[in-house]
Design a protein around this ligand. Structure first.
Ligand code: SF4
Ligand code: MSK
Length: 656
């Protein structure tokens, strides 16, 4: 019998997984082995949108069907395989967009209250970004006080969510040609709440039964996320907590400390994590920890709450989505807070096998068994202090005989907001994307790839990310990452400037060496994919690479995706003109027409399209082929050939 593949390519994960098994703790890897995916649902052919179902539509014949055969492939209400697959896909987009945007709404409401001076613990940290944002939102600045500008920005952002008519205000940031494409297709998003409600309505039984029409509204809904909800979230978080700048960080389970109080912050919203960072550095808190026998307080993160505080403060990261249970199984975590999104319900069960306290902090996301401490913005720092004290008090209950912390950690450089990329490449006084564009035009950098998204327990942990990213950078494609993709790259050492020497092609390596950046740039959390949209827009606006995002030698990917948020992100990449390739699984395979529409026909209208390829290296090659096609269309393919020739010649000379 063939030996089962290891669950991860990461040594620390494998070590912790072995310990979990030895401790008799079931984890996501065991459940994935036990529970097989339902083939009907996986293909997008199950509908449960009404009480006459659920209906499953059989897979199409592998030949042209007769009308009678086709007629039999429907649900009780007559919905076809096409309608069902499109509805399921569209609902994934709506759910993903709602997750990002409900997060954003919380941030916007907090921002507005803080601007009014009602929340003592939250302030404006980045005034420059506030003023830029105000200008983008058409707010007259004149000689207004910063507080007044912040209030007006907060009000406008809050109003964006429920905007009934007109265009989302951030749409104007996109290249003009892109805006024209959206207007011609009548898919410029209004408020994200409206688009999501309409998406849910259209996919109710007996409403929209034209798959193309459903999928066009899916595009509009996703745009309300990427250029609406997610963008509001990123912008306001930057204004309140600071725009990320390059900072050193560490990643992997080895960041946990044997002799300190370990606290893990997990989820997505940075409000509580920001307060935890402040509280954990207060001298009284450190003294309190020492009084309980600990050498210090060690704050670490998981998933995107981790990315938020990593990018702004260099707080270390314990791991990505598939490592969340394993952090607890080290036996060294006193307390884990979870806010919203990507936190496994199994965490409570795992925590009961150790001394770890699991604390839910958001009324929208409770877990049976876990203790709930509601985060209260009016009292943010005090809530953080209370939670920290609880963790410190729990240190004495740690059973050191149960503690095994894998000793792997990896250094990385993070904090590449699109503003930072601007300054790094162009300098403080002439910040611009010009040097990036020039290096793309002269061929040293072949193109840009956004590799983002989750882990998926059906795929070997981190394997697809690393195979894809290495193939891309080897071929001189610079990689931008967010979410769990960033941690995968970080854990493998791809986020250090030195990684360029080992893994990048000659052209990309020369640029990374000159600027001192890694070949893989960490741009933040899931909502920060809006930064990638802004970076792409900045490249277009700087000139020389066409006049739309779809003209850029660029592509997107999520090789280990699993969440509905990833589908929303992929959809707004596509609707913004980006060729976007997913691996792991694809949710519409039961309908060839729907799949063809997403993979081919979208390009006719949106100038961007989806792709799927299970093999991550082949997927990377598809992205590179697309990048080369765009280079050719731009007339810059010859420059790259010359560069390669030069490199070859240079090597010959070096060898002589
Ligand atoms: Fe079946 Fe139609 Fe109801 Fe879906 S909406 S469950 S296809 S009857
Ligand atoms: S945390 S959405 S598993 S990237 Fe943002 Fe990771 Fe995906 Fe969650």
């Amino acid at each position: 019998m063939a030996e089962a593949r290891p669950v991860s390519v990461d040594e620390a994960t494998l070590e912790a997984y072995e310990k979990a098994k030895a401790d008799g703790v079931e984890t996501v890897f065991d459940r994935a082995a036990r529970i097989k995916p339902c083939p009907i649902g996986a293909a997008g052919s199950c509908c449960k949108n009404c009480g006459m179902g659920p209906c499953r539509v059989p897979a199409p014949k592998n030949r042209e069907e007769t009308p009678e055969e086709k007629a039999k492939r429907t649900g009780v209400c007559g919905a076809t395989a096409e309608t069902i697959a499109a509805r399921n896909f569209a609902r994934m987009v709506a759910a993903g967009a709602s997750a990002h945007s409900d997060h954003a709404r919380g941030v916007a409401l907090t921002f507005l209250e803080a601007a009014k001076g009602k929340l003592k613990d939250f302030t404006v940290k980045d005034e420059q970004k506030l003023y830029q944002l105000a200008m983008d939102l058409d707010i007259e600045i004149e000689d207004k006080e910063t507080q007044q500008v912040a209030i007006e920005v907060g009000k406008k952002c809050v109003a964006e969510f429920g905007k009934q008519e007109g265009e989302g205000l951030f749409i104007k940031r996109a290249p003009l040609k892109r805006q024209e494409i959206w207007r011609n297709l009548d898919i410029v998003p209004r408020g994200v709440d409206r688009e999501i409600v309409e998406m849910m309505h259209r996919t109710h039984i007996g409403v929209d039964q034209d798959y193309e029409n459903i999928l066009m509204h899916a595009a509009r809904t996703s745009l309300a996320d990427g250029w609406g909800g997610s963008m509001i979230s990123t912008e306001l978080q930057d204004v309140m907590f600071g725009t990320p700048e390059p900072v050193a960080g560490k990643v992997n389970l080895g960041i946990l400390k044997k002799d300190e109080v370990n606290i893990i912050i997990h989820g997505h919203e940075p409000l509580l994590p920001e307060m935890m960072v402040i509280a954990s550095q207060e001298p009284e808190m450190l003294k309190y920890a020492e009084s309980k026998g600990a050498k210090g307080i060690n704050l670490g993160g998981l998933c995107c709450s981790a990315n938020e505080v990593l990018m702004r403060h260099g707080i270390p990261v314990a791991g990505n989505f598939l490592q969340q249970e394993l952090a607890i199984t080290t036996g060294a975590v006193e307390l884990m807070t979870v806010d919203v999104q990507c936190q496994m319900e199994s965490l409570y069960q795992v925590s009961t096998c150790y001394h770890t306290k699991l604390i839910t902090t958001d009324r929208r996301a409770k877990i049976e068994g876990a203790q709930h401490i509601q985060f209260d913005e009016e009292n943010g720092l005090q809530v953080a202090r209370d939670i920290l004290k609880m963790a410190i008090d729990n240190f004495a209950k740690r059973d050191q005989s149960k503690v095994v912390i894998p000793d792997q950690t990896q250094e990385m450089v993070v904090g590449f907001s699109h503003e930072t990329i601007n300054y790094l490449l162009g300098g403080m006084f002439r910040a611009s994307y010009r040097p990036l564009n020039d290096n793309i035009i002269n061929g040293r950098i072949r193109g840009v790839a956004g590799v983002v998204g989750c882990n998926n327990a059906r795929v070997q942990h981190n394997a697809n990310f690393l195979a894809m990213i290495k193939e891309l950078i080897k071929n001189d494609v610079i990689v931008l990452t967010t979410g769990c993709s960033s941690m995968a790259a970080g854990e493998a050492g791809l986020m250090t400037p030195e990684a360029a020497l080992e893994f990048a092609g000659d052209g990309l390596r020369s640029v990374c060496e000159a600027v001192g950046i890694p070949p893989v740039l960490h741009m933040g959390s899931c909502v920060d994919n809006s930064r990638i949209l802004m970076a792409a827009t900045a490249m277009v606006k700087d000139g020389g690479l066409g006049d739309d995002i779809s003209d850029l030698p660029a592509a997107g990917a999520a090789p280990e995706w699993m969440s509905e948020k990833a589908i929303s992100i992929g959809e707004y990449f596509v609707a913004s003109g980006v060729y976007t390739v997913f691996s792991a699984t694809w949710p519409t395979t039961n309908s060839k027409a729907v799949t063809d529409y997403l993979f081919e026909k979208y390009e006719d209208s949106l100038k961007g399209m989806w792709g799927f390829e299970a093999d991550p290296v082949k997927a990377a090659q598809m992205m590179i082929a697309h990048i080369d096609k765009k280079r050719k269309e731009l007339g810059i393919d010859k420059a790259r050939e010359r560069i390669l020739y030069d490199m070859e010649k240079r090597r010959e000379l070096d060898a002589a």
